[in-house]
Design a protein around this ligand. Structure first.
Ligand SMILES: Nc1ncnc2c1ncn2[C@@H]1O[C@H](COP(=O)(O)OP(=O)(O)OP(=O)(O)O)[C@@H](O)[C@H]1O
Length: 245
């Protein structure tokens, strides 16, 4: 077993995964550099979600290797992977999966509470993130009183609240109108860059072009292309959201 290059925060080699015998990943290798926004694109069913789940330790690699910094994830047991996910990773789903019984700040604070942060500190951090994402006014509202776009912003705040090392975002604009989706991506990118958070984003190529540093494309579970994107203009990236971080 050879450890990955030092500047890769995540690294996968010859990754294979089958869902009930149906191949989803067929030998994918890639590295994710510290602080970069890496977009994974590809048609439906090409393996984007499965790749993110394997990199995040949600699914154990069936063959191949996944490394987080210098630690092999593919040899970890379930509890160790769960701890890694809780302490170092954030996750955003395509649709906002919020607990309906909790209000916005309580939903946002959940990862901190799971880590053992005291309720008062978790509440303060959650409120700060909601303010930064321009939804501080919704802090005491429950999800059913909020629009889908605001709900997804809460999901972003929740994923960022515990300052993860790596944030995984699985098609986070899939359930939003285009304008809301663009705004969400720009906000997410600005927050990640200002806090040095690495992002792995499953996305449509148009979304990837808005914010990513690099794109890897999948086709039928294989890594078929890597494209280094031109730098997003700092002013452009930040001007379209009012993130006060
Ligand atoms: N839980 C599952 N059970 C069975 N097959 C699955 C499961 N999840 C994914 N697959 C299959 O694995 C392959 C890769 O799916 P995956 O969801 O990773 O692709 P994707 O690129 O994220 O697709 P989409 O853009 O539709 O979300 C597809 O053929 C899919 O049907």
């Amino acid at each position: 077993m050879v450890a990955p290059p030092d500047n890769d925060v995540l690294w996968a080699r010859a990754l294979h995964y089958q869902h009930n015998g149906s191949p989803a990943l067929c030998g994918v290798s890639l590295g994710v550099r510290e602080g970069e926004i890496l977009a994974v694109t590809g048609p439906r069913g090409s393996g984007k979600t499965t790749l993110l789940q394997c990199l995040a330790g949600l699914l154990p690699a069936q063959r191949g290797e996944v490394w987080f910094n210098s630690t092999p994830v593919h040899t970890m047991g379930r509890l160790t992977r769960e701890r890694l996910r809780r302490d170092r990773f954030g996750w955003i789903d395509p649709a906002p999966l919020l607990l309906p019984e909790l209000n916005a700040w309580e939903n946002t604070a959940l990862p901190l509470l799971l880590r053992g942060t005291g309720r008062r500190r978790a509440r303060t951090a959650a409120l700060e993130w909601l303010e930064r994402l321009d939804i501080g006014g919704c802090a005491r509202k429950r999800p059913d009183r909020l629009t889908r776009a605001v709900q997804q912003r809460i999901a972003v705040a929740r994923a960022l609240a515990a300052c993860p090392t790596v944030l995984f975002a699985d098609e986070p604009t899939a359930s939003l109108h285009q304008a809301d989706g663009v705004q969400l991506l720009r906000t997410l990118a600005a927050a990640a860059r200002s806090h040095g958070i690495t992002v792995v984003l499953a996305a449509h190529p148009t979304d990837a072009a808005f914010i990513a540093d690099r794109t890897v494309s999948l086709l039928d579970g294989r890594h078929v292309q890597t494209v280094q994107l031109p730098p997003v203009m700092e002013a452009e990236g930040l001007a379209r959201c009012s993130l006060s971080v």
